[in-house]
Design a protein around this ligand. Sequence first.
Ligand code: KIV
Length: 296
Amino acid sequence: MNVLDFQKMKDERRKISMVTCYDYSSARIVDASNVDCILVGDSLAMTMHGHATTLSATIGMMALHTAAVARGAPSKFIVGDMPFLSYRKGLKDAMDAVHQLMTAGAHAVKLEGVRGHAEIVRHIVDSGVPVMGHLGLTPQSVNQLGGMKVQARTDAAVGLLISQARDLEDAGCLALVLECVPAEAARNVTDLLKIPTIGIGAGPHVSGQVLVYQDLLGLNPGFKPKFLRTYANAFEIIQAALDAYDREVKEQKFPSEKESYLESQSSGNPARHGQGNAAFIPIVSDTLPASPPALF
Ligand code: KIV
């Protein structure tokens, strides 16, 4: 997928699938999947760092995670999230943040809202950087919204949502995330805009969907908002694997002889960091994947 495919997919009425991703090993899985594109969301403050809101994400964190995802998912279109206030402190700070995300490997940036920063959005777009907008529930404004609440529930609020969506389209956004708005409001915005809308808690009448990786895989078992569908019970699966490992270590069933190095094979350096050493001779076990990276 490249930036032009967003519009093409809306025009051809093909749905866009997007998932958040924050680290190298998860990115390798997303890269192997059919999901169209990745958002390195500022939700990483919560999913990866345990904070209560997204307000704790910094541009340093965003760039570090974006770079890891870019290394793991070289075939995917990656959108990097602009963190809290990073585009509200003037043009130079905003452009420095954009610079960090793009040089870390993002192909576009996303930012929340439009009131007071439409000119900054336009400047980023005019600088050759695709921008994704984000309206509805904008988690960086959680303190002003009075909580993580469904937005656009009155006619006046739907009118405001539509006018802000038009402002973002006029500013040159490639697409618009609509978070936690009634399905009819999302349908109106989608029908009125030329650019695609990507919903999360915005019903089915949008151009595509985005979900948080941990939520859709069932890695966040206490979190069950109405909009979420979980496609796996990864928390239970991983916990069961860890318990099986623990049991076999304690019962001395792991490692077996087959999983141990024999003296006759021990001329190589089995240390994990030995690849750069000229004396290192890799011993490839037939029970372990040899690549990538070939560590054994
Ligand atoms: O940060 C994030 O994960 C997001 C999505 C929920 C759209 O902004």
